[in-house]
Design a protein around this ligand. Structure first.
Ligand SMILES: *Cc1c(COP(=O)(O)O)cnc(C)c1O
Length: 398
């Protein structure tokens, strides 16, 4: 049979066709009025997509570049910082902060779980300058509560900045940067915004901009103040990834267009963003219900992310079986666990350009694999699909 290749990976995610066309047509020079108009429009759209009044900066790098920029711009060597971690991306904050000479305190939770706010409160010191966390820990499929951490910072009247890796949190979680008092919120192009890898973006609070006046870790390419100054003139400091910026504009138009009405055919990004989050939530809930009905366990049952679902392979089965069979038999690309979770879990993404049809098809393919490769489980066809169908119908009737 024909097997169409389809990504179900939590970055890169499937590409929006309109964004691909915009990329192909983006034959423009970055020091022209044409580019300045594009850049200015995309930066304004990104502010609406993030849902903030803060300035947003675009960097030509993958998401980790914006993570590094947060550390290098907001800390000085010897600064005490707190990292909240429960997976591979949390561990990246620790490594980055150490690389820039910070004294790192860590609150960690076991893989598959989120950390307790009591521990966060206890670990927060008077000298803590920055708190780093993920909104969604993609390696384990866990959602952390940014709002709860922000509340702890407020309650304790901490001076610490709150820096959130929202790379798979944006577009899958209803985040409110300004109300919560998040100081930096980071996104990446290959995640919910449906375009290829290569851009990161970050919204930065006034408190964080002020902090940068006093910090002195080395920075050059990722000098955020320089980028802000240039962005105000519609340009970036160096040659930007022009094609990706054009793609991002098209994708944000598409997301806004989800909320189109006869009165407002171009739609509205704030509403479109909420619809995108609800879309991911529905697909995640369908997937969780399906795999549970099929007798498999969720790796993160208590705080599941809507960005990706991590599923524990059945006892005695290597999770690579699902990765291999989905690709080999159905052209569907999912991801194995990272690091020591490899072989234990497989992960299915929901962020970005996924719909009902994709979801039902993937669950159907999972059933084919369980029935054929794991006959001892005695699972009848339809087990996962029935559960997913019910979740979909229930959520659509709300
Ligand atoms: C994808 C991802 C990143 C960024 O990784 P890059 O490969 O640098 O784009 C960071 N944090 C999380 C939670 C992610 O999912």
């Amino acid at each position: 049979m024909i097997r169409k290749t389809r990504l179900f990976t939590p970055g890169p995610t499937p590409l929006l066709p309109a964004a691909q066309f915009a990329m192909a047509a983006a034959d423009i020079h970055h020091r022209t009025a044409e580019f300045r108009a594009l850049y200015t429009r995309v930066l304004a759209q990104l502010k609406e997509f993030v849902g903030t009044r803060n300035d947003v900066i675009i960097l030509s790098s993958s998401g980790t570049g914006a993570m590094e920029a947060s550390v290098s711009n907001l800390t000085s060597p010897g600064d005490r910082v707190l990292v909240l971690t429960a997976g591979k991306f949390g561990e990246r904050w620790t490594a980055l902060a150490k690389a820039f000479g910070c004294e790192v305190d860590v609150v960690s939770a076991p893989y598959g779980q989120t950390f307790s706010m009591d521990e966060v409160k206890a670990a927060l010191k008077l000298e803590t300058r920055v708190v780093f966390m993920q909104a969604s820990e993609t390696s384990t499929g866990v959602r952390h509560s940014v709002t709860a951490v922000a509340r702890v910072l407020k309650e304790t009247q901490s001076e610490a900045l709150l820096v959130v890796d929202g790379i798979t949190g944006l577009g899958t979680t209803h985040l409110d940067m300004d109300a919560d008092g998040i100081d930096v919120l980071i996104g990446g192009s290959q995640k919910a915004v449906m375009i290829p890898p290569g851009l990161s973006y970050m919204a930065v609070s006034e408190k964080a901009w002020d902090r940068m006046e006093a910090t002195y870790n080395p920075r050059y390419y990722f000098d955020l103040r320089k980028e802000r100054k240039n962005a105000r003139n519609g340009e970036s400091a160096y040659t930007p990834a022009v094609a990706l910026i054009a793609a991002l504009g098209a994708a944000l138009n598409y997301i806004a267009g989800q909320a189109a009405t006869p009165e407002k055919p171009e739609g509205d990004l704030a509403t479109g963003r909420r619809m995108l989050v609800d879309n991911a939530e529905t697909i995640a809930a369908m997937t969780r219900a399906a795999v549970r009905a099929m007798g498999m366990k969720l790796f993160a049952p208590d705080a599941p992310s809507a960005a990706a679902t991590a599923v524990l392979a059945p006892a005695g089965v290597d999770s690579g079986l699902f990765v291999k069979e989905l690709k080999g038999r159905f052209g569907a690309i999912i991801t194995n666990g990272q690091g020591e979770m490899k072989g234990q879990i497989f992960r299915i993404a929901h962020l970005g350009f996924f719909d009902y049809m994709d979801t039902i098809a993937l669950i159907g393919a999972l059933e084919q694999i369980v029935v054929k490769s794991l006959p001892h489980l005695n699972m009848p066809f339809g087990t996962g699909l029935v559960a997913a169908q019910k979740v979909y119908a229930e959520r659509m009737s709300r």
